[in-house]
Write a protein that binds this ligand. Structure first.
Ligand SMILES: Nc1ncnc2c1ncn2[C@@H]1O[C@H](COP(=O)(O)OP(=O)(O)OP(=O)(O)O)[C@@H](O)[C@H]1O
Ligand SMILES: [Mg+2]
Length: 238
């Protein structure tokens, strides 16, 4: 995009689960290639914000605008947002049981537009290549998280949303996923990462947003949050 328009722009979005008003006027911009850590306490509205941005049915976007590379995402359904390049890797990873690793990858490429070829994915995720014929849900949590990220890359991803990619993983596995995300960063894939492990997310991220009760309480660089003990204590309990 030229003319100073942000790559991804969120403008005053408000979203509800039924009558429950959850996302309360969130605005931010993301430049192409940036990694944003979206942080906040339990129940702050991080998952709801990602779901709203990915245009999942629930919560319902009542007002506000979302633009990706000039496209009006706010008027899209979730499948259209996915076609436009928004890839949400949800907390539960949504690996499909009864299908092998390779079948999970193939399935993610049934619809256009496709991203990486499967062989390229195996080059970057050798563990997945070794396990290509294994039932995907029998893999370890860390391997399933790798597959969830790989599936997003198998699509033509323009912005990647990661909801708690380190959740439930042993520290050594967190480290492996971190290395994968560093690779993703080097490839210049624009990413929003939500993580309870705020320090790990901040070490990866360029910028940080802190949500509190559905509103943005802080925006700045990741380093600012790492350096600000009071801020971390107030909103992140670290
Ligand atoms: N399906 C739902 N129906 C009604 N309320 C919901 C639903 N999902 C979440 N909420 C409420 O919305 C608020 C924000 O929840 P959300 O899951 O977005 O928070 P979060 O920041 O991701 O928290 P966590 O760190 O625990 O994952 C909470 O008060 C939660 O109870
Ligand atoms: Mg959440």
């Amino acid at each position: 995009m030229s003319g100073g328009t942000p790559f991804f722009s969120v403008r005053d979005i408000h979203a509800y689960y039924g009558e429950s008003y959850i996302v309360q006027g969130v605005s931010f911009d993301v430049e192409e290639g940036e990694i944003i850590a979206l942080l906040g306490r339990n129940g702050a509205g991080k998952t709801s914000t990602l779901r709203t941005l990915a245009r999942v049915d629930n919560p319902h976007l009542a007002s506000g605008e979302i633009y990706l590379d000039g496209q009006a995402v706010h008027s899209m359904k979730s499948f259209q947002a996915a076609q436009a390049g928004i890839q949400l890797v949800p907390e539960d990873r949504r690996i499909i049981g009864g299908l092998t690793v390779e079948e999970n990858l193939i399935l993610s490429q049934v619809a256009e537009p496709r991203g990486w070829a499967i062989e390229r994915i195996y080059d970057h995720f050798p563990r997945l290549g070794e396990r290509r014929h294994q039932d995907a849900v029998t893999m370890s949590g860390g391997e399933q998280q790798m597959l969830a990220v790989a599936r997003a890359l198998a699509r033509d991803v323009k912005i990647l949303f990661l909801d708690e990619p380190y959740e439930g993983l042993a520290p050594v596995i967190v480290h492996e996923i971190e290395n994968i995300l560093k690779e993703v960063k080097k490839m210049g894939i624009t990413t929003i990462i939500v993580e309870q492990n705020a320090v790990a997310a901040l070490q990866l991220a360029d910028k940080a947003l802190i949500l509190d009760m559905g509103q943005i309480a802080f925006r700045g660089t990741a380093q600012q949050v790492l350096d600000d003990v009071e801020l971390r204590h107030e909103y992140l309990a670290i």
